[in-house]
Design a protein around this ligand. Structure first.
Ligand code: MN
Ligand code: MN
Length: 477
């Protein structure tokens, strides 16, 4: 019976050699650095561009054996030609570059009660209460009307001031305490405190000296001197005016570096691991394959998309034609006689997205036979969706079987999981949009604790196992 039963393996037991240990620590250190540096889509695509270019990928597309294209600095498609040509099918890994956070409104600046604030509009599925009373940084771009792009990163360098949203003191929270969580935290009260000191006013100083009471700004906001001071500082630092913020994309994100977690340093904590852990691992998988000079059979593609967290809309999201355009270019460059439909129907893909790990304190929301555990390797998720698999890509059993074969042959621990108990919630990924092409696709990625929070947790062992899993998938026959 024991031989016939399936038991998921703990990655720490499987990867217990000195060599594995060294690899785990090396990969984790590189990942923490990536996570610390890349907190927006654009920063992620910049990082990818840098690494791909350094590895010899052509920035202009697919004229040579390996190249990439990006769109709006938020989506990127990279490919490495296989020995069989595109008509044998592509091996694709898809991951998303966006992360739930707070976006600044287009007209963000206001002054009230002695502080200047930036108003926000949250992006994606956040738990609002997690964003109050914690250090936040500002990342993004401001595009001026002459087309100049100004990159903004504030609150990350040691010694640099951060930002924060104030939270209600418990002494005055009596009414709020009785409200349901859904309505207790108002989005319009999620205003980022960005300053407090009024602009120095020489005329006011004179008036005060003459004994007149200059108290026009005591909470009335009539003179907005604090806001004026902020505008002056922004102008000094970035050469921008208030109107420039209309064409800006600024995001408030948790300030500070990604960190090791636990006395044993076995876990990784940081913002945006959904889904940058998969962006990073897909890239690492493809680049580490390059050491092997013999071409792998299938053309390997990485597809990095934006807007997954808000429904995959927009020109850089999974519902856009960007992917199609790139594949058309690739076919034209590498096998012009191949038909697009033929390539799609033979392709295999991993929708590389994180999976909910069983939360030790909320075990009752998971169905344990079909729940993921941290440390047990990449999770395959045959279907996502909710309420009776509604809006799910349900991967075909033939494909699941093929993948099992690939993982087992490479000795990689893996687990099969679904998101929580039936009818307790759910969620979607980009898988269904790519299934529309006839591509064989399944969701696959490491388990995460505190998903969508400012400090998500993953296991170093899962990081390593998922990297090996992506490599094995890209190289498979
Ligand atoms: Mn995701
Ligand atoms: Mn997500």
């Amino acid at each position: 019976m024991d031989k016939l039963a399936f038991t998921p393996k703990n990655c720490w037991d499987v990867y217990n050699s000195k060599k594995d240990e060294a690899e785990i620590q090396k990969l984790s250190a590189r990942y923490l650095d990536f996570l610390t540096r890349c907190k927006t889509e654009r920063e992620t695509v910049d990082y990818l561009t840098e690494r791909l270019t350094a590895a010899g990928f052509d920035v202009g597309g697919f004229k040579y054996g390996k190249g990439f294209k990006s769109l709006q600095g938020k989506a990127l498609f990279a490919a490495r030609r296989g020995s069989l040509g595109p008509s044998a099918g592509l091996h694709l890994i898809l991951a998303h570059t966006d992360t739930p956070r707070l976006d600044l409104k287009q007209r963000p600046l206001q002054e009230q009660s002695g502080v200047a604030q930036a108003k926000t509009h949250y992006y994606g599925g956040i738990r609002k209460y997690q964003w109050f009373a914690r250090p936040l940084a500002l990342h993004g771009v401001v595009i001026k009307d002459d087309g100049t792009s100004v990159k903004v990163t504030l609150g990350e360098k040691p010694g640099e001031p951060v930002f924060a949203i104030s939270d209600l003191l418990p002494h005055l929270a009596a009414k709020q305490m009785d409200q349901p969580l859904r309505s207790a935290f108002e989005a319009e009260k999620m205003n980022l405190i960005i300053g407090h000191r009024p602009e120095a006013d020489k005329t006011a100083a004179k008036k005060t000296a003459a004994g007149k009471n200059d108290n026009a700004d005591s909470g009335t906001g009539k003179q907005d001197k604090i806001k004026s001071n902020i505008l002056r500082l922004l102008n000094e630092k970035y050469g921008i005016r208030e109107e420039d913020l209309y064409s800006a994309e600024l995001q408030a994100v948790p300030a500070g570096p990604a960190l090791e977690v636990g006395l044993d340093g076995s876990m990784l904590g940081g913002f945006g691991q959904d889904d940058r852990i998969n962006v990073f691992l897909a890239l690492e998988a493809m680049l580490s394959n390059l050491a092997d000079k013999s071409a792998t059979p299938h053309t390997q593609c990485l597809v990095f998309l934006d807007k997954e967290e808000i429904g995959s809309e927009g020109s850089t999201g999974a519902k856009s034609r960007f992917f199609e355009y790139c594949v058309q270019d690739l076919i034209e460059a590498w096998e012009p006689k191949a038909r697009f439909s033929e390539v799609m129907l033979k392709s295999r893909a991993l929708s590389a997205d994180v999976h909910a790990a069983t939360d030790p304190d909320w075990q009752d929301l998971h169905e344990k036979l079909n729940a993921a555990l941290v440390g047990y390797g990449p999770c395959f998720c045959k279907f996502t969706g909710s309420r009776g698999k509604y809006e799910a890509n349900d991967a075909h059993p033939e494909y699941v079987a093929w993948l099992r074969g690939v993982m087992n042959k490479a000795g990689i621990p893996w687990q099969m999981a679904e998101l929580g108990k039936v009818d307790s919630g759910g969620g979607g990924t980009v898988a269904m949009y790519f299934a529309n092409y006839g591509i064989n696709i399944i969701d696959c990625g490491p388990p995460v604790l505190s998903m969508h929070s400012p400090f998500e947790l993953t296991s170093k062992a899962d990081l390593y196992a998922t990297w090996l899993a992506f490599r094995a998938f890209l190289n498979a026959k």
